[in-house]
Write a protein that binds this ligand. Structure first.
Ligand SMILES: [Zn+2]
Length: 209
């Protein structure tokens, strides 16, 4: 049983009265309806969900399942065969959870936007601000993080971040943007450190393989 998850349940059901606490295999879960609203607070869609804890919560997301069958179980729709919803790429999740996330934050800032996006896709046929599934999604994540589509530069950034190449904070950045290092690729490298040296290297090699 994950105590952090447990402790936050009552706060969540106060805020979301359509969710209630149930037990599955001796574990408390949240089950019920999540309403998605537009800017004027009218409900534009409702999804039947279950939210389960994970061992790593709050340093990883809990698991959320869409159990009402509104969304097809299809990787391209970011939903797996067991109804598990894929909210973002793992690397992004690591960054978001670096100081821990609350269950409320997860529901309000991750789950609800995910379902709002699903509604948008049902209406328009395409997503807004979503990472594509699989390798393309991870590639886009790194391209945005490193601020470059050039995989050769990703290697330079990796080496600079992890292999002791030093640039002074106030010197010009090695990417030739003309900006100071501290405002350019230093913050990028800090994020790479949170993701972890081996994982970044594995990801870059996987993407470029
Ligand atoms: Zn730079």
């Amino acid at each position: 049983m994950n105590q952090t998850f447990q402790n936050e349940l009552s706060e969540v059901i106060t805020k979301f009265p359509d969710l209630s606490i149930r037990q599955i295999n001796g574990q408390d879960i949240l089950k019920g309806i999540l309403d998605i609203c537009d800017e004027s607070s009218s409900v534009t869609g409702s999804f039947s969900v279950e939210i389960h804890s994970t061992e790593k919560f709050p340093y990883r997301f809990p698991k959320i399942f869409e159990v009402g069958g509104e969304i097809p179980c299809n990787a391209d729709w970011h939903k797996y065969a067991d109804n598990l919803c894929c909210l973002t790429v793992e690397q992004d999740e690591i960054l978001i959870c670096r100081r821990g996330v609350s269950l409320l934050y997860f529901i309000e800032k991750m789950a609800i936007p995910y379902f709002a996006n699903q509604l948008y896709r049902q209406k328009t046929g395409h997503y807004l601000n979503e990472y594509p599934h699989g390798k393309d999604g991870v590639k886009l994540f790194y391209a945005e993080l490193i601020k470059s589509n050039d995989v050769k530069f990703w290697h330079s950034c990796y080496e600079h971040a992890f292999l002791n190449t030093r640039t002074g904070r106030n010197e010009k950045c090695y990417c030739n943007s003309g900006a100071k290092y501290k405002k350019c690729h230093l913050p990028v490298e800090k994020k790479l450190h949170i993701i972890g040296k081996q994982k970044v290297l594995d990801d870059i090699n996987w993407i470029t393989a």
